[in-house]
Design a protein. Structure first.
Length: 496
């Protein structure tokens, strides 16, 4: 029986979260809902780690749902790339959930708290499904599950602007989903299959087919909206700013990262052997958009007075780094993009959790309201400084590892202007991080400022766990780099 259960772990990775979500809805008690969501996330992390271990030992895992082999049935195909993503999503959720209980209680009206945990589990199921599926239509289904639950989670904030932000995200997300499904329909019309492995063998022989090339354009535009690639990023700043802090921390660490993975999977697994980088100028387009995101996102972050909004624009810049790595279409470049996906999830998740601690005590995350805060909340602000060092790319941080590999990848191709862009973006990060540090450490508290205490341990410990992991993997980067390199080689199989 144990062996049989073990063989069904790929399906359980998604099904368990889907089954747990309505339980939270029925119970309508936020304490019980929190226990279910937290316990389920830890179980899913254990499954993800088990699957990653099996892939490292035995290679790709293929699981046919209902015993129907592809292309007639739907299959879950787990290789190093998506096993890596499963671990990232469940790891972030496992750290955020203990933090969420106190944070959500402070930022969401009590009668609606149970809805957050229900939507969180649906979102988790959607993200894991995107990562694990080997079917392009199934990917669309999970994309919509994660998107719809994201809209609800963002709208749960007490500020009415949260509802507006969720509505804007819904409009943009719907447009992105429409583009994606049109691309899927076009591919199916030409090939007669929805299975990624089948498409990877058929599409190269259809190189130059106008319908296939238009399908690629629709797919990439749709996923670019989901991952907030400049100039399709306009939904992200408001969504991250006005969502409850725990929601911002989770979505900033997982949602766009899984969309980046899906972008890479479509581009390289299905279209990787088609020569599109050389013949259609796609590489130049992606590099240009990545640099625009890196410089533009960092530059706009300089002018933000709301720290959550500052971090949101920083995320746009960091997405640029990931796309830059993918656009290099080389093992070292792809490795840099994938390892930065992991590293940024830890850093940005920790920084948004810091802002949740600040909001709990101050009721605000405006820079001017944080003046002198380092003396009143020393551990919280120390976590911000430590996370900020990672965004800049200071040695011993995970962010340094990512940028070092990106620079190596750019030098390998002789892209000196790209190296300059990476350095300029990092210098801009110094400035916007310093603005917060200056207010907290070098300015006195406002006159008449209320006495406050440090954030509770239930929030502070998970925050430091997230930041601590970003330093651990900055000092001992062998494991994520090895996995990212293997994932890069898997994704680039059609290009190399």
């Amino acid at each position: 029986m144990t062996a049989s259960l073990f063989s069904h772990l790929p399906a359980l990775q998604v099904v368990l979260a889907l089954l747990a979500a309505p339980v939270c809805l029925v119970l309508r008690r936020h304490g019980a809902a929190w226990l279910i969501a937290t316990g389920m996330t830890w179980v899913l992390l254990a499954i993800a780690l088990t699957l990653l271990g099996r892939v490292l030992e035995t290679g790709t895992i293929i699981y046919s749902l209902g015993g129907w082999p592809a292309p007639w049935g739907i299959e879950y195909r787990i290789d190093l790339a998506n096993a890596f993503m499963l671990v990232i999503v469940t790891l972030i959720g496992s750290v955020v959930m203990p933090y969420a209980r106190a944070s959500i209680k402070a930022e969401i009206e009590e009668p609606r708290i149970y809805l957050f945990y229900c939507m969180y589990l649906l979102n988790l199921a959607g993200l894991l499904g995107i990562a694990i599926t080997g079917d392009v239509f199934n990917l669309f289904v999970f994309l919509e599950i994660s998107s719809l639950s994201s809209y609800v989670m963002i709208s749960l904030g007490r500020d009415r602007k949260a509802l507006i932000a969720a509505y804007r995200y819904l409009i943009m997300g719907t447009i992105g989903a429409t583009f994606y499904i049109i691309g899927v329909g076009m591919m199916y019309q030409v090939t007669g299959t929805l299975n990624m492995a089948d498409l990877a063998t058929l599409v190269p022989d259809l190189y130059g087919n106008r319908t296939i090339m238009v399908a690629l354009a629709f797919l990439l535009v749709g996923l670019s909206l989901k991952l907030a690639l400049v100039p399709l990023h306009l939904w992200l700043p408001d969504a991250y700013t006005h969502a409850p802090s725990a929601v911002s921390a989770f979505l900033a660490s997982t949602g766009t990262k899984v969309a980046v993975y899906a972008f890479a999977r479509i581009l390289f697994t299905i279209f990787g052997g088609s020569g599109i980088f050389d013949d259609f100028g796609l590489q130049e387009i992606l590099v240009s958009l990545a640099i625009a995101a890196m410089i533009g996102g960092s530059a706009v972050a300089l002018y933000q007075s709301n720290v959550k909004r500052l971090l949101a624009y920083s995320s746009i810049a960091q997405i640029g780094y990931m796309i830059l790595g993918l656009s290099m279409a080389s093992v070292i470049g792809m490795t840099a993009g994938l390892v930065h996906l992991f590293n940024h999830a830890l850093m940005k998740g920790g920084l948004f959790m810091v802002m949740g601690c600040v909001f709990l005590r101050l009721g605000s995350v405006q820079i001017e309201s944080m003046e002198g805060l380092a003396k009143r909340m020393p551990l919280t602000m120390a976590a911000f400084v430590a996370g900020g060092f990672g965004l800049i790319g200071i040695p011993l941080t995970a962010g340094f590892i990512s940028k070092w590999y990106l620079i190596q990848g750019a030098l390998e191709k002789g892209w000196w202007p790209v190296v300059v862009a990476i350095l300029v973006s990092s210098l801009l990060a110094v400035i916007y991080v310093w603005r917060v540090v200056e207010a907290a450490y070098f300015k006195p508290p406002p006159k008449g400022a209320a006495e406050i205490t440090e954030a509770p341990a239930s929030m502070l410990v998970p925050t430091w766990v997230m930041i601590g992991l970003s330093y651990y993997f900055g000092i001992n980067a062998t494991l994520p780099l090895d996995i990212a390199t293997g994932a890069a080689e898997t994704l680039l199989g059609g290009v190399q």
